[in-house]
Design a protein around this ligand. Structure first.
Ligand code: SAM
Length: 334
């Protein structure tokens, strides 16, 4: 039987509690502590260093959401959902939970003010931009990059499955983070000569060839393909066009631009995960997820033409948008 509207609304309203229950479990590595079998709250409290009485209430809260199972003998066991809170397992979401329950959660306190008066919720709360905040907090930055890396690994597998990179000899991954997508591309297309480009402090320790810099200023020139994965959605239309123009200056006229992004559906309920990601981006960066038509407009403004929009595997959350260079605007109007 479906929930009544009242029960559904009450549950949605308490979503803030669930986020924190999951965050506490992820911080304390509760799922890893349960990997070898069910434990009592007391056993877990000793193992992870917690107050048994408070921990029991948190564990019960997680059991109410079927993240854990409360067994008749008083022990708690992992469910298939709870297993995904473990570190390093296939499909682990621990990094995403750590980011959401910590850094993102605090930023949402600025949402109402931003809705009323504009601006970015994160900046209203912290007084500086998300990336400036990360620069000043290396531990949080490492944690954010870790969360991005897990998501990127899942997406990367789907992207190289959906798009054949063996057609290129040279490629630059712009804003490529720690190089997860690029590593997957190089595994799928070992003949490609590729460069990872991101902020200097991000690429410093990358295991692939890399260049540090600012994509508003300049990116490595002359490659056959430029990939921007989950970059454009961080930015306003004006900033996105500025980044794409930097790429346009670097790319040969025969080049291919590949955007890896969520594509917003026409109706929100058709892809709730993409719509939720749009709210995350709004909260942290003031950027936005976009529909295919909106991407086409940005690309056009930067001297590209959107050619194809390829879905990737089910549940991956991203599409590959394939664009080509368009004749220079001045040439066209001449
Ligand atoms: C949302 S992450 C996406 C990372 C990766 N491409 C992925 O798909 O997981 C955006 C990336 O843009 C990088 N970035 C932000 N500002 C930048 C700038 N001005 N120049 C170069 N990279 C920048 C960040 O360091 C970050 O790695």
């Amino acid at each position: 039987m479906g929930m009544t509207p009242a029960a559904r609304l009450a549950r949605l309203t308490d979503g803030y509690v669930v986020t924190q229950l999951l965050w506490v479990a992820a911080e304390l590595r509760i799922a890893d502590a349960l990997a070898d079998g069910p434990r009592t709250a007391e056993e877990l409290a000793t193992q992870v260093g917690a107050d048994a009485g408070v921990l029991r209430r948190v564990l019960r809260g997680l059991a109410a959401e079927e993240v854990l199972e409360d067994l008749p003998d008083g022990r708690f066991a992992l469910t298939a959902t709870g297993r995904l809170l473990r570190d390093g397992v296939e499909g682990s979401q621990r990094g995403a939970v750590l980011a959401r329950g910590g850094l993102y959660y605090g930023a949402l306190a600025g949402l109402l003010d931003a809705v009323r008066d504009g601006g970015v919720p994160f900046e209203r709360v912290h007084g500086r931009t998300f990336f400036d905040h990360l620069d000043a907090h290396p531990a949080e930055s490492a944690r954010f990059q870790g969360s991005m890396a897990v998501r990127a690994a899942r997406e990367a597998a789907a992207v190289v499955e959906a798009y054949d990179f063996r057609r290129f000899r040279t490629l630059v991954d712009v804003g490529g983070g720690t190089g997860v997508l690029l590593a997957a591309i190089l595994r799928a297309a070992p003949g490609v000569s590729a460069v990872l480009f991101d902020r200097p402090e991000v690429v410093r320790d990358a295991q692939v060839p890399h260049v540090g810099g600012d994509f508003f200023a300049e990116v490595p020139a002359g490659a056959e393909a430029y990939v921007l994965s989950r970059v454009i959605h961080d930015w306003s239309d004006a900033d996105a066009v500025a980044i794409l123009r930097t790429v346009r200056r670097a790319i040969p006229d025969t080049g291919t631009l590949l955007l890896v992004e969520a594509v917003l559906p026409a109706r929100a309920a058709d892809d709730p995960a993409a719509v939720r990601m749009d709210v995350h981006i709004l909260t942290l960066l003031g950027g936005q997820e976009r529909t295919a038509a909106e991407f086409a407009v940005l690309l056009d403004a930067a001297g590209f033409r959107l050619d194809r929009v390829l879905p990737t595997g089910p549940g991956s959350g991203v599409h590959v948008l394939v664009a080509r260079t368009a004749p220079d605007r001045d040439d066209r109007s001449a």
